[in-house]
Design a binder for this molecule. Structure first.
Ligand code: ADP
Length: 271
């Protein structure tokens, strides 16, 4: 089957930098896959996600979204392809003074003309749909709360629902639990996994692939089906989570696994 995302011979060297952030990376992501990307800080995880959705322009290589090339595409085509890529960031990027409902409806903007978007003229169908996803994700009591009043975990869930309103084929999650306490992190990771498997989310359509950058190795082991281990801009492991052994993890991070587990449980501790 055609991959949802295909990355061919990707290379990225940032301006003013001599060292490539991504060296020569190849990757194919299938429908409904839940992929955890792990690796030390600076390994290139975030750059990879940002190249996929064209926030960062690659130095070389090609990227295809459901068979359509995003690298070198016109601005109109990039905009169209981006609808299929839901982005979830560490700091959710919600508008604090707007309500949960208003933030979530922003996920529809890519499908609207500018005037309707500016005036917030969303269709009744879209509004009903937003309501149903918010209820299914346990946010039904917060519809008219301002995003700024919510906890970090709740905000992250709103960010995920907003991304779902785009009807994406892929969710790209960049460190979605890095600033959350362990209990909220668990809720957010469960939601991402459920979305990937189409549980709790009645969004019609094919399964959504999720690519999640994770600083926390144990979260990757717990929730991902497939792990991609990155080191200095290269993939050094790509395979099923079940086959990721302690020695491989130690090779990716250059430190004993026990230290990494401690850092995951206590995110404030840097190792
Ligand atoms: P990770 O997400 O694994 O921590 P990044 O993709 O953020 O890694 O970074 C990979 C490398 O690229 C690092 O050496 C980092 O310093 C560099 N880098 C990231 N963003 C920029 C940027 N905007 N300009 C210059 N260098 C950058």
């Amino acid at each position: 089957m055609e991959p949802v995302v295909e990355v061919r011979d990707l290379k990225k060297i940032y301006r003013g930098s001599e060292k490539p952030a991504i060296r020569n990376l190849n990757l194919a992501v299938g429908r409904g896959e839940m992929i955890g990307i792990i690796g030390p800080s600076g390994a290139g995880k975030s750059t990879l996600l940002r190249c996929i959705n064209h926030l960062v322009i690659p130095t070389a290589g090609r990227i295809f979204i459901e068979g359509e090339e995003i690298t070198g595409a016109s601005p109109a085509k990039v905009r169209k392809l981006r609808r299929r890529l839901g982005m979830v960031f560490q700091h959710h990027n919600l508008v604090s003074r707007l309500t949960v409902m208003q933030n979530v409806m922003h996920g529809r903007l890519g499908y609207m003309n500018t005037l309707d978007g500016v005036l917030g003229r969303y269709t009744e169908t879209d509004k009903q749909w937003a309501l149903s996803i918010l209820e299914q994700t346990g946010l039904g009591d917060f519809l008219y709360h301002r995003a700024g009043e919510l906890s970090g975990g709740q905000r992250q869930r709103v960010g995920i629902v907003r991304a779902l309103m785009q009807q994406p084929s892929v969710l790209l999650c960049d460190e979605p639990i890095a600033s959350l306490d362990p209990a909220s992190a668990q809720v957010v990771m469960e939601l991402i996994r459920d979305v990937c498997r189409r549980q709790r989310s009645r969004v019609a359509g094919p399964p959504i692939a999720c690519i999640v950058n994770l600083h926390q190795v144990d979260a990757a082991l717990k929730y991902a089906d497939r792990i991609i281990g990155m080191f200095e801009g290269e993939i050094v492991y790509d395979g099923p989570t079940a086959e990721l052994t302690g020695p491989v993890i130690e090779r990716i991070y250059g430190k004993p696994m026990a230290e990494l587990m401690i850092s995951a449980e206590r995110p404030e501790v840097k190792v």
